[in-house]
Design a protein around this ligand. Structure first.
Ligand code: SF4
Ligand code: SF4
Length: 371
């Protein structure tokens, strides 16, 4: 597998979608909605965001016209793969009081559905790997996540158009997709180069009878992706900031950022690796019935640190500090690496433009960081 690129003409993207549908997959791909590029059921390649590019900056996201021959000339939208595997809200179980007074509990696992995701980026593949670690590889695998995850087919697209907020090259997660996909596409002036990353991807390529790509075309495509990484200007000073952050829990920068942060939780909602959630019982009119739901939560909410009558993180300073020290520090202890894949979404979608790379740079510069 890998390095056996085939050529798929631009007009043949529909052939790929049809082949996926024939295999039982619902295709989900990037499309324009409300001024952003978001994932939705993809019926035709014509529905892809042809000729659109995203302009991103701290607290800023706009779409603008670009090369009409490109469907993937943008970096990313507010979603990653996360909502497709870790549902923003779902019922975990339902309860019923039977006539004899006994209580019955029924797990409400999601219906099995094969989903093919078109257009995943390298940063999102790295985030999916981290979510797999969290939801599938701990002591208690999450059956709701597992039911969605095992039926995913991923068609990644190497990124050649990073936004100003991207820093996947700095975290080592992109822009080239190296693992975690079934198929990966290079978008070029002469169509797509397709490579397989799994047996399912290899079988899909074989079924399409695609011609082999020349080594020169592959090299040109990979050079364009490498150049995209070199154009990224943001970055973190190190891939392991655990010791720096834990040594600076009283750094004045936490007060500085707290004065700007709204505690809105946007950053955690768009982050492809954040997995915090809350569970609650939903009151129903029929007192014999009950429903237990899970929904995304955030370390920026008051309820998330409510423990035994006390809100542990009672102010924004403590909440932002929790987010950043866990994301860039505690994850090393839990998952063996940072929880940031450099997608830049938390920078773009923060309403006041807080940029974690700048916050870290200030702590690094004055808190004893080493280059
Ligand atoms: S912390 Fe920000 S840049 Fe890093 S993965 Fe999450 S949203 Fe992306
Ligand atoms: S850092 Fe920005 S997005 Fe995150 S909670 Fe604060 S204001 Fe909201």
């Amino acid at each position: 597998m890998g390095k056996s690129h085939r050529v798929l003409a631009s007009h043949a993207l529909d052939t790929l979608l049809a082949a996926l549908r024939d295999d039982g997959y619902r295709c989900v791909g990037p499309q324009l909605r409300d001024g952003a590029i978001v994932f939705d059921t993809l019926h035709h390649a014509a529905d892809l965001p042809w000729g659109w590019q995203d302009e991103q900056a701290p607290g800023h996201y706009r779409l603008q016209h670009a090369d009409p021959s490109r469907a993937f000339a943008w970096a990313n939208g507010p979603q990653a793969i996360k909502p497709l595997t870790f549902a923003p809200r779902e019922t975990l179980w339902e309860s019923r009081i039977e006539a004899d007074g006994r209580m019955q509990f029924t797990a409400t696992l999601p219906a099995e559905e094969k989903v093919a995701v078109i257009g995943a980026r390298a940063c999102d593949l790295a985030a999916l790997r981290l979510q797999d670690q969290h939801f599938l590889e701990g002591a208690h695998a999450d059956p709701y996540y597992a039911a969605r995850r095992r039926n995913l087919f991923i068609v990644a697209v190497h990124c050649t158009a990073p936004a100003a907020t991207c820093f996947c090259a700095s975290t080592g997660d992109g822009p080239l997709c190296t693992a975690g996909f079934d198929l990966a596409l290079h978008e070029t002036d002469e169509g797509y180069l397709v490579d397989a990353g799994s047996e399912a991807g290899t079988a899909m390529i074989a079924s399409l009878s695609l011609p082999a790509a020349t080594a020169t075309r592959v090299e040109q495509a990979e050079t364009a992706v490498a150049a995209a990484g070199e154009r990224q200007t943001r970055g973190l000073p190190s891939r392991n900031l655990r010791d720096l952050l834990f040594a600076n829990l009283d750094h004045p920068q936490w007060d500085d950022v707290a004065a700007r942060c709204l505690s809105c939780g946007n950053c955690t909602a768009v982050c492809p690796t954040c997995f915090c959630h809350a569970e609650h019982d939903v009151p129903l009119l029929d007192a014999n019935l009950g429903r237990h739901e899970r929904e995304w939560d955030s370390c920026f909410t008051e309820g998330h640190s409510y423990l035994a009558g006390i809100v542990i993180r009672s102010d924004t300073r403590l909440r932002y500090r929790q987010w950043l020290t866990h994301k860039l520090g505690g994850w090393h202890d839990q998952y063996g690496r940072s929880g940031c894949t450099g997608c830049g979404r938390c920078i773009t979608w923060c309403p006041v433009g807080i940029d974690l790379t700048e916050e870290v740079a200030r702590i690094h510069a004055t808190g004893g960081g080493h280059d």
